[in-house]
Ligand binder design. Structure first.
Ligand SMILES: [Zn+2]
Length: 133
C-alpha cells in the first residue's frame, strides 16, 4: 500500500510557475472578443512605450493588446537580451573589426537583434491578450 501510494504521488504533474503551461483549450493568441487566433507579428510582440496602443482583430475588428504581465515579461526579456547582446556579440564584432565605424554599427545591429529576439521570446512564453477599448 505504501509503495503504491508513493508511486501514485510521483504521477501528479508538477506545475512549474511560468514554465510550460498545460494545453489551453483556446490558442494563446486568441482574440479576447471573438476567440479567433489573431496571428501576432514579430513587431506586435516587441515592448511598446505607448500605453494607449492597441491592435485590431482582423476577424471581428475588436481592439486588444498584450496583457500587462506579458508586456512586463517582454520588457524584462529585452533587458536581458540587451545585457547579453552588449556583453557578447557587440564586443566580439567590434574587437574583430578593430572598432571601425562599420564594426560598431554591425555590433549595435547584433545587440538590437538579440534584444528583439529575447523580448519576443519572453512575450511568446507568457502570451495573453486582453481587450482594449
Ligand atoms: Zn476578434
Amino acid at each position: 500500500m505504501q509503495v503504491i501510494r508513493r508511486g501514485a504521488s510521483l504521477l501528479i504533474p508538477v506545475k512549474l510557475p511560468g514554465a510550460m503551461s498545460p494545453e489551453a483549450t483556446r490558442a494563446k493568441d486568441a482574440c479576447p472578443h471573438c476567440g479567433k487566433s489573431v496571428g501576432l507579428s514579430f513587431w506586435d510582440l516587441l515592448p511598446s512605450r505607448e500605453n494607449n496602443r492597441f491592435l485590431v482583430c482582423k476577424a471581428c475588428g475588436g481592439h486588444y493588446d498584450l496583457s500587462n504581465n506579458c508586456r512586463m515579461t517582454s520588457i524584462l526579456g529585452g533587458m536581458v537580451g540587451m545585457a547579453l547582446g552588449m556583453a557578447f556579440p557587440f564586443q566580439w564584432i567590434v574587437r574583430a573589426g578593430h572598432a571601425s565605424k562599420g564594426s560598431i554599427a554591425l555590433g549595435i545591429a547584433a545587440a538590437a537583434l538579440s534584444i528583439g529576439v529575447a523580448a519576443t521570446t519572453a512575450a511568446r512564453l507568457t502570451l495573453a491578450l486582453e481587450a482594449k477599448r
